[in-house]
Design a protein around this ligand. Structure first.
Ligand code: ATP
Ligand code: MG
Length: 159
């Protein structure tokens, strides 16, 4: 269905307002001009974004920041990023982070809850929609996950 992208990102942040407040994490939404209605599978993309924002909160210390942003890298695509100022991911783990059940350092995630499935599910959904998911992380500085999807303007035409 056609979706309003800024609204969609605001609503993700709203769904996590309790967790955000509990950790005093501020969430910002930044959307490039000209991104309004885009055809996307709302339920599935929400599931992806919820997984990413849940990670961003889980792996960010109290008082950190999260940014949800969207831009058009080219006329046929939309890129949505979830960026945090969290603990980051060691370089040696980056290649396995999308594997099922893979979690960095059991010690740090033991008390966090979860199974290590979030990112693998997110990647499956994104791939099923013809998109890609990329992760960029700096240990102790933060992580950015970017989902790139084919975007149809609400008229139905490409770009
Ligand atoms: P689940 O999503 O099933 O609740 P999970 O969050 O541990 O559990 P994934 O979402 O698949 O599993 O993430 C895999 C691992 O990648 C996490 O355990 C964590 O070590 C690391 N990770 C994911 N996102 C981040 C992030 N934003 N910052 C730091 N580490 C992250
Ligand atoms: Mg997760």
């Amino acid at each position: 269905q056609a979706m309003n992208v800024p609204e969609m990102l605001e609503e993700v942040a709203d769904r996590f307002s309790f967790q955000l407040r509990k950790k005093s994490i501020r969430a910002a939404v930044r959307v490039e001009d000209g991104i309004e209605a885009i055809w996307l599978d709302r339920d599935q993309i929400d599931q992806v974004l919820d997984n990413l924002v849940s990670n961003a909160i889980k792996y960010t210390l109290d008082g950190g920041r999260i940014e949800l942003s969207a831009h058009r890298p080219d006329p046929a695509s939309i890129a949505i990023s979830v960026k945090d100022t969290g603990i980051g991911i060691p370089k040696k783990d980056l290649s396995r982070i999308f594997d099922r059940f893979y979690r960095v350092d059991k010690a740090r995630s033991r008390n966090m809850g979860g199974t290590g499935l979030g990112l693998s599910i997110a990647r499956e959904i994104v791939k099923a929609h013809g998109g890609s998911i990329a992760l960029d992380s700096e240990l102790n500085e933060g992580t950015t996950v970017t989902v790139t999807l084919p975007a149809l303007q609400s008229g139905g035409e490409l770009g």
